[in-house]
Each structure stands twice: as structure tokens, then as C-alpha cells.
Design a binder for this molecule. Structure first.
Ligand SMILES: NC(=O)C1=CN([C@@H]2O[C@H](COP(=O)(O)OP(=O)(O)OC[C@H]3O[C@@H](n4cnc5c(N)ncnc54)[C@H](OP(=O)(O)O)[C@@H]3O)[C@@H](O)[C@H]2O)C=CC1
Ligand SMILES: O=CCCC(=O)O
Length: 406
């Protein structure tokens, strides 16, 4: 069902293979190696790129400026987007996400339980309404970025909740991390008004939110997904599979090919089907993340205990198969017992709790996540709820201290 405010050019589709074959840009032969060492990366090339031999034009040096301007030139224009956008919940994530929408030229109306957090956005041009209901009533699409299942429910379905301001032709996009049951409840209440619903939890933390580099895990009404796609692209990541910083940098011609037109980029937003699937995917991702961080913490402390420098461990890990941006970003401050909050520890424990509930619902054993969850609970009981989740290492230090007393 099309929404009343749908603009005709809101949909982003991949080009047909014939249009690619007629494209002026170089394409690549599946049998021809691009690499000096003759290595093949044929499994990495989508079929639609396998049309003609690569052009012999010499590779140009990479220019970040040109790269950025190509990206921004392809950014969605305000007239391609839903006209009025609401944003509920202006915490660590919601504030920068709303800010990026405003900076991109969207007409944004904000609300937050603690009203003072609206001020910086109002000074950037946002409008303000005094309840979720009023925001929803005055906007075409309303986003919500709330702490947990209870607050997401309250804001959507409470007395002055968004559902009260919804009606046919509008859409509600809940980007909070909640469990599937909560998301379905919210979706049912929103859809009972005739409006559309999309759950769209995000991967990526404070910095990716600020940089417009989030990954959306969406499910629900497909037409709402298509309507809000340009907005998700403002807040989210645009990925080119052959980006110039990719280790296979010889594929630069192909990167240029990808970047010359937005049509050839792969976007980091996933549509996963029915409501509940986005929530489940997000919980699985964060279950893995919570366990990884707990394990990394154990490694840092063990290193120290056996007389090795944990800073060197961070370096070693960063160069091998288990390297992860999370370890490289958080490791150096963890070594100094500093935990500047990007992802609050209380939210990580909430996500582990919800993921364990998900696993329980299908009788899936998750002993590692269960052990990690206990550690986050200890950290919470030590007053670390509002620290970054990397402060979970403190829970292990506590254990070490109590052991050494025995
Ligand atoms: N931080 C991160 O790295 C990431 C977080 N997430 C998820 O995004 C969501 C938001 O996270 P984040 O921004 O970090 O969290 P914050 O704790 O910074 O913000 C939470 C928001 O929820 C609001 N809120 C809390 N309780 C209520 C309530 N009872 N009624 C109304 N509003 C309420 C807060 O309002 P107030 O300002 O009044 O307290 C605030 O706007 C969470 O679900 C989190 O798991 C997802 C990806 C990354
Ligand atoms: O929910 C928080 C996720 C944090 C991240 O993906 O970096």
C-alpha cells in the first residue's frame, strides 16, 4: 500500500543487467585477475559485473575529496523524502540521528522526556511538540529511539503516546533495541490506527550515529521501508563493495564504477520480513558483541596477570583474524581503566537478557552469553550502568581482587 506522502522517486533499485552492459563505465571479466600476484577474487564479484574485460585505462590515484563529493552528490535530496519527520527520544543515539536529518534539510519535530535535550536540536532548526502524540499527529513519519522495551511501549502506546496521533497515511519507525514481542505489540497498536509500522534497530554506536554510518535491521511494512529509505540513508552507511580503502585496492576502477552512481552502491540497510525479525537479528548481534567484550576483558587482564603488556595484546589482536574495530577502539582506554560512554553498560545487559529470552523461546543453548550476562549484572551492581559497556572488565577486576584476598 502506497503512503499518501510517498514521492515517486523514493525507491532505490538496482539497475537491470542490460543497463549495466550499456553503461559507459568499465566492467570486469570473471576470468581475468585484477591483481599483480594473479590471485583470483571471482567469488567476490557479483554476476552483474561480469560482462566485459576490464578497461586498460590506467588506475587513477584515490582522492578522498572526490570520494566524499561523489557520496554527497548522490545523497537523497529533501524533495525525495517524507515531508515532515518526527523524532522521539534524544539520548546518545537519538540526538545525533535527529541532528543528521535536520542537517540534511528535513523538516524535523522532536520530543524527549527530559525536555532540555531538545534545545540543541531546536537551535539547529527542529520544531518541538510536548508529547509523542502531538509529534505523530503533526508528522508523516515518526522515529523513536528509546532506552528499552518499557519506554518504547510507553512512548508508542501510553496515554499521550504516538499511537494516539497516528492515522492512515502516516508511518512509525521504532529504532530502539527491544524484543520481538514488544515490537509486535507496538506494531499492532500503530497499525490499528491505519498507519504503517517498521521496526528498525541499528548496529553502530555513538560515533557511527554522529557520522551517519549506522546499519538498519528493519522488518514490518515494506512500503514504509521504501518510503523512509532516503532517511535511513542519511542516518546510515553507504557501502561500496569495492571501496577504495578495501584491501583489493587494484579494484579501484570498479570502485569508481560503484561510486559514480548511487544505483551501484550496496546500502547497509536490511529488510528482514515480518516484525520481530529485525529485533531478533539485533539481539543476536548484540549477544555476540557482549560475549566478545567479556572475553576480550578476560584476555586483557590475563595478559597483565602473567606479566605481559595488555597494550601489546590490543596491537596483536588488531593484526590477526580476530581483529575487530571494537577491540581497537575500546582496548586502549580499557587498558587505562577509562570507559567514556558510547554504549551504556545497562543497555548491553538489557540486550543480553533479551537475547537469552529469545534463545530460551526456541530452546537454544547459549552458555557463553549466559556467563557474559552474569558479568554485566555484576558490573551493574557495582554502579557501572551508565559507563560504557567496556567497563564490564571492572567486574572481573573485582573478582581478581576478592580471589587474591582468599
Ligand atoms: N548507545 C549505543 O551505542 C546504541 C544504543 N542502541 C539502542 O538504542 C536505544 C537508545 O540508546 P541510547 O541513545 O544509547 O540510550 P540513552 O540512555 O542515551 O537514551 C535513552 C532515551 O530513552 C528515553 N527514555 C528512557 N526511559 C524513558 C521513559 N520511561 N519514557 C520516555 N523516554 C524514556 C531517554 O529520555 P531521557 O533523556 O529523558 O532520559 C532517552 O531519550 C537503546 O534501546 C539502545 O539499546 C542501539 C545501538 C547503539
Ligand atoms: O546496540 C549497540 C551496538 C553498538 C555497536 O554496534 O557498536
Amino acid at each position: 500500500m502506497a503512503m499518501s506522502f510517498l514521492k515517486p522517486h523514493c525507491t532505490h533499485r538496482l539497475p537491470s543487467s542490460s543497463s549495466i552492459l550499456n553503461s559507459p563505465f568499465p566492467t570486469i571479466s570473471p576470468t581475468k585477475s585484477l591483481f599483480a600476484n594473479g590471485s583470483s577474487f571471482s567469488t567476490r564479484i557479483p554476476n552483474h559485473f561480469r560482462a566485459r574485460p576490464i578497461s586498460s585505462t590506467p588506475t587513477k590515484p584515490f582522492s578522498f575529496k572526490a570520494f566524499s563529493s561523489q557520496i554527497s552528490a548522490s545523497a537523497p535530496k529533501p524533495d525525495e523524502m517524507p515531508a515532515r519527520v518526527g523524532f522521539l527520544g534524544l539520548g546518545i543515539m537519538g540526538s545525533p540521528m535527529a541532528q543528521n536529518l535536520i542537517k540534511a534539510g528535513c523538516d524535523v519535530t522532536v520530543w524527549n522526556r527530559t525536555e532540555s535535550k531538545c534545545s540543541p536540536l531546536i537551535s539547529l532548526g527542529a520544531k518541538y511538540k510536548s508529547s509523542p502524540k502531538e509529534v505523530a499527529a503533526s508528522c508523516d513519519v515518526t522515529f523513536a529511539m528509546l532506552a528499552d522495551p518499557q519506554s518504547a511501549l510507553d512512548v508508542a502506546c501510553g496515554e499521550h503516546g504516538a499511537a494516539k496521533g497516528m492515522s492512515p497515511g502516516k508511518g512509525y519507525v521504532d529504532v530502539s533495541t527491544v524484543d520481538g514481542a514488544t515490537s509486535k505489540l507496538i506494531g499492532t497498536r500503530i497499525k490499528a490506527t491505519g498507519a504503517l509500522f517498521l521496526e528498525a534497530p541499528v548496529s553502530g554506536s555513538k560515533k557511527p550515529a554522529e557520522d551517519g554510518q549506522l546499519i538498519f535491521l528493519t522488518a514490518g511494512d515494506r512500503s514504509l521501508f521504501e518510503t523512509v529509505a532516503p532517511l535511513l540513508d542519511i542516518m546510515g552507511k553507504l557501502l561500496c563493495p569495492y571501496a577504495p580503502h578495501h584491501p583489493f585496492s587494484e579494484a579501484f576502477e570498479l570502485s569508481t564504477f560503484c561510486l559514480r552512481s548511487r544505483r551501484y552502491t550496496t546500502q547497509s540497510k536490511f529488510f528482514l520480513g515480518d516484525v520481530g525479525n529485525g529485533a531478533a537479528m539485533k539481539l543476536v548481534v548484540n549477544m555476540i558483541m557482549g560475549s566478545m567484550m567479556a572475553s576480550f576483558s578476560e584476555g586483557l587482564l590475563l595478559c597483565e596477570r602473567v606479566g605481559l603488556d595488555p597494550k601489546v595484546l590490543v596491537e596483536v589482536v588488531s593484526q590477526g583474524a580476530i581483529s575487530a574495530p571494537m577491540f581497537s577502539m575500546k582496548g586502549p582506554s580499557m587498558v587505562q581503566s577509562l570507559y567514556p560512554t558510547a554504549f551504556p553498560l545497562k543497555h548491553q545487559q538489557k540486550d543480553l537478557r533479551l537475547a537469552l529470552g529469545l534463545a530460551e523461546s526456541v530452546s537454544q543453548p547459549t552458555p557463553i552469553a549466559a556467563a557474559a550476562n552474569e558479568l554485566y549484572k555484576v558490573a551493574k551492581s557495582r554502579g557501572l550502568s551508565d559507563e560504557d559497556f567496556s567497563a564490564v572488565i571492572e567486574a572481573l577486576k573485582v573478582k581478581l581482587q576478592s580471589q587474591s584476598k582468599e
